[in-house]
Design a protein around this ligand. Structure first.
Ligand SMILES: [Zn+2]
Length: 562
């Protein structure tokens, strides 16, 4: 009898055709410069993927044995950079507006004409055509656009296209007419109607307060509930497509979002990004109960839609002078920021959330805001006991020197958005002075003092493109590549570290570093191939790097068209 069983088993082993294939890869990426973010082995030449996992990482020779010419898809990375998929640790991700004309990164103004024409073609007469994020400094002409660019394709629709900073807009003749703006209209206070130097006619560019003159006379489109739902669905898919196009495979949404919608997208097989969705920090036991239910339904052991952390706001922003400072702002000496709650309330909320085992992430821009939340997190350890809580400072933007080592000591994650540094530095120093700026966006000092860092974008405040964050981390220069060594260059980090915080660091911030964030055997196969070798190009070239492939859970979810 025993003999018989062994014979049958041996026969199965010999006959089963699948058995030999278990060592064959579905996908092999070869010929690239693989940066694994794995501290045990940071560099490799090739990666093999089977199912949703990484099968092997190593030299070309080591990985080539997993290639079955009839079975394996081989991607030739051709010297390009291969990375773990980007994980945006702080993005207000959600549906896009399907009718919004996105003009970011447009270099050829003719694209604007084409996009408006396309949108007009499926709009009704009189319906508003809108969009923005164009930047004429990026145009090959470097000239302000004018209404002539859009008039021929929009004779019967109002068009309003805002500049990337939102401080000026391009409108067509339809809008100028509806607004009553002519060559005789004076510039309003604090604004400018740009005019043709020869004729004095408005060019279609309205700056600052001149935008308040805009009257579109638009015709509102009535939609049925079904049409609205279809439109929203399309908006979500567009957003997911955008993320995949940037090489992003995971996003951590601060605060709440629509779990049901993402469930539905997942059920339709269209979820192309892993998502953490959170809740609002509260001391209310009933609301905490509700979050416990969500945590059970979307557990941290999952790999797709998971309940993230409880979010709160300690202060406002530097731009609006509401960041909490110990001393007043230099340029507004009567202000030192606006706490969003008392310290007692903060501590009560932190203690309640921590006691239930939730991770907590609090928006903290100013040094006093960061000091308070560190104090509250420290208190939670004293009262509730020390555990692997990984509470977070969302932004950790401006600190006092004494608080820098406390992040590491208390196990508090600095969840930072490097792009804020290069956007804000223009006015940061004016507002808080040089001494206080020294410890602003201080990612190098935080890391050197034992803090765990997680990088993100704060989309949609900033673009979702992670490349901008990498550029900001290593240069601390504005997007045009100003002269010099960068703003507080002692805080610059290497490209390797910047990528680590955008992959492994972000995975750690969501307790997933045991299966995500590195290219390591057995890890989830989330991989990005960039268009160039981002480690060896001059810094002024970094911003032009794009994602060429995005692999999520072992499947190619984005491939750039050639
Ligand atoms: Zn945010």
């Amino acid at each position: 009898m025993k003999q018989g069983i062994i014979t049958v088993m041996a026969l199965i082993l010999i006959l089963a055709p699948g058995c030999r294939n278990t060592e064959k890869a579905d996908i092999v990426i070869s010929g690239g410069k693989v940066y694994t973010a794995d501290p045990l082995s940071l560099k490799a030449e090739a990666v093999a993927i089977r199912g949703n996992r990484i099968l092997a990482v190593g030299t070309e020779k080591e990985v080539s044995k997993y290639i079955d010419p009839e079975f394996t898809k081989v991607i030739d990375a051709a010297g390009r950079t291969v990375l773990p998929g980007f994980n945006d640790a702080h993005a207000h991700f959600g549906p896009l507006d399907p009718d919004y004309i996105e003009l970011r990164y447009v270099t050829d103004p003719a694209v604007i004409t084409a996009r408006v024409k396309e949108q007009v073609s499926h709009s009704q007469k009189g319906q508003l055509i809108y969009g923005g994020h164009w930047e004429h400094e990026m145009f090959t002409t470097r000239e302000w656009p004018s209404k002539e660019l859009i008039d021929p394709v929009s004779p019967e629709n109002p068009v309003v296209l805002r500049r990337t900073d939102g401080h000026s807009a391009l409108v067509n003749s339809y809008v100028l007419r509806e607004s009553g703006i002519t060559k005789n209209t004076p510039d309003p206070f604090g604004g400018e109607i740009m005019r043709d130097p020869a004729t004095g006619e408005p060019t279609g560019i309205l700056k600052e307060s001149a935008m308040s003159l805009i009257r579109t006379g638009e015709i509102k489109v009535e939609r049925t509930a079904g049409e609205e739902r279809e439109r929203e669905w399309r908006g979500y898919l567009m957003a997911l497509k955008m993320a995949a196009g940037y090489g992003i495979t995971s996003i951590q949404i601060p605060g709440s979002a629509d779990f049901d919608m993402y469930d539905s997208i997942m059920a339709h097989g269209k979820l192309t990004c892993r998502l953490d969705i959170g809740g609002e920090l509260t001391a209310d036991p009933v609301r905490l109960d509700r979050y416990e239910e969500l945590r059970q339904k979307y557990p941290s052991t999952g790999d797709w839609i998971r309940f993230g952390y409880l979010k709160d706001f300690m202060d406002g922003t530097l731009g609006s002078a509401t960041a909490m400072m110990f001393e007043p702002f230099n340029d507004e000496p009567d202000k030192s920021g606006l706490p969003q709650m008392s310290y007692e309330e903060l501590e009560a909320r932190v203690l309640a959330g921590d006691r239930r085992g939730f991770q907590i992430g609090i928006h903290a821009i100013g040094p006093k805001a960061n000091n308070w939340i560190l104090n509250a997190y420290e208190k939670a350890r004293e009262v509730n006991g020390v555990r692997d809580s990984r509470h977070r400072s969302e932004h950790a933007q401006i600190l006092i020197e004494e608080d820098i080592p406390r992040f590491g000591a208390l196990g508090v994650i600095a969840s930072m958005q490097p792009v804020h540094c290069i956007t804000d530095k223009r006015f940061a120093e004016k507002r808080i002075g040089t001494d206080r700026s020294r410890w602003a966006y201080a990612w190098k000092s935080l890391a050197d003092n034992g803090a765990r860092l997680a990088f993100g974008t704060d989309y949609s405040v900033e673009p979702l493109n992670p490349i901008e964050g990498l550029y900001a981390s290593v240069t601390r220069k504005d997007r045009k590549g100003e002269e010099g060594d960068g703003w507080f260059p002692m805080e610059k980090i290497t490209m390797e570290k910047a990528i680590e915080y955008y992959t492994l660091g972000a995975a750690y911030a969501q307790f997933m570093e045991n299966r995500k964030g590195m290219i390591r055997e057995g890890y989830l196969a989330d991989i990005t191939i960039l268009s160039g070798n981002i480690f060896d190009i001059p810094e002024e070239m970094i911003m032009s790097v794009k994602a060429d492939y995005t692999v999520l859970d072992g499947k190619i979810v984005f491939e750039r068209e050639k």
